[in-house]
Design a protein around this ligand. Structure first.
Ligand SMILES: Cc1cc2nc3c(=O)[nH]c(=O)nc-3n(C[C@H](O)[C@H](O)[C@H](O)COP(=O)(O)OP(=O)(O)OC[C@H]3O[C@@H](n4cnc5c(N)ncnc54)[C@H](O)[C@@H]3O)c2cc1C
Length: 314
């Protein structure tokens, strides 16, 4: 078996999921290569080597400077064929969700998305992925010759394992594409994305309004956390959509998830139930979030959160 890992990068910076997937491939003990697509993307091999990549192939073309789903998928599918890979490994990120199925279709490959465990079973892969909004965990096998697998960010911790990566550069055709990204408008500068954060503090309707979000932000800052929100808070216009956690928002797997004034509707749990530790603050002792929480604080958040902030500052 041979794995090809798609190196996800933006504006010259590699996304954490790429290192996590390298760690996963090393754990599996299967030969792997890393494919970087773009134009003049810089010396990413050094950073990839830090996590154990021994071979990095750059697929370059000036027209690939910005992400285009159909062009990137075509180049990636060619890369899989050229490298003779059996498995294409990517992140279950927005890009992975966009690119993975397109590449799978070009490769006539079966695909497993948002996987939380990938193991080797003989010369096959045994894959675990949540289904039905996280209500069941399915163990699956893919029966096609080439397989496409996207892995949920933060499930595997990236571990440094220094290696010197050999580099190949392939000049590729940028196939005529129908869609390309013209501009990426980033949100608040330096804001940590919930999908990459190790700690998340999320607020819900119990926050009562955007004027109280300084409590979420204050706690998050002291914990080095990203801020998240329930759909109720997003729909009310209190928070931007990129913070929404849940079935129609983002799926997160931090080490610590603090849910403040969030009831724990199934659609919210679908996005955060694989968090390692969950702390819930809610004044209703019967709130469903307490069934999942490792630690529950039954109290008025306007009393407890300021006290937590004071304690952390002390
Ligand atoms: C198709 C579909 C998709 C959906 N996708 C998502 C999704 O992606 N993400 C998502 O979050 N939801 C999603 N929802 C909505 C979901 O069903 C819930 O409506 C939503 O999660 C509720 O948000 P909430 O917990 O903030 O609000 P509520 O359910 O209203 O809960 C507020 C909580 O705050 C507590 N509270 C109030 N005041 C205080 C206080 N002073 N101190 C402490 N606690 C207090 C209350 O006891 C209550 O438990 C979806 C729904 C549908 C139908």
């Amino acid at each position: 078996m041979k794995i090809l890992i798609y190196a996800e990068h933006r504006e010259g910076a590699l996304r954490k999921i790429t290192f996590e997937n390298i760690t996963l491939a090393k754990q599996l003990g299967v030969p792997f290569e890393v494919a970087v697509i773009g134009s003049e993307v810089g010396n990413l091999q050094e950073e990839l080597g830090k996590y154990g990549a021994e071979k990095v192939v750059f697929y370059q073309n000036a027209d690939l400077a910005t992400y285009s789903p159909d062009a990137y998928a075509a180049v990636l599918a060619e890369a899989v064929k050229k490298q003779g890979a059996d498995v294409l490994l990517m992140g279950a990120t927005s890009t992975g969700k966009d690119l993975g199925p397109r590449a799978a279709s070009l490769l006539n490959a079966a695909m497993a998305t948002d996987c939380t465990k990938v193991e080797l079973d003989g010369d096959d892969l045994k894959i675990t992925r949540p289904m039905y909004a996280g209500k069941v965990l399915a163990n699956i096998r893919l029966s096609s010759a080439v397989k496409v697998v996207t892995v949920r960010p933060n499930v595997y911790s990236a571990a440094e394992a220094p290696a010197t990566a050999a580099v190949d550069t392939e000049s590729v055709d940028a196939p005529g594409f129908k869609a390309m990204v013209k501009e990426i408008v980033s949100g608040a500068q330096g804001k940590l994305d919930v999908t990459e954060a190790d700690i998340i503090v999320s607020g819900g309707r119990g926050m009562k309004g955007p004027e109280n979000w300084h409590l979420i932000e204050g706690l998050a800052e002291l914990l080095g956390a990203a801020t998240g929100a329930s759909r109720a808070a997003v729909d009310a216009g209190w928070r931007p959509h990129d913070e929404q956690v849940g079935q129609t928002g983002k799926t997160v797997s931090p080490s610590l998830y603090v849910a403040v004034g969030i009831s724990g509707a199934i659609q919210h749990l679908a996005g955060m139930s694989s968090s390692k530790y969950i702390v819930a603050i809610n004044k209703d002792p019967d709130a469903p979030i307490f069934k999942l929480a490792d630690y529950g604080i039954v109290a008025d958040l306007f009393d407890v959160v300021p006290r937590m902030i004071e304690e952390l500052k002390a």
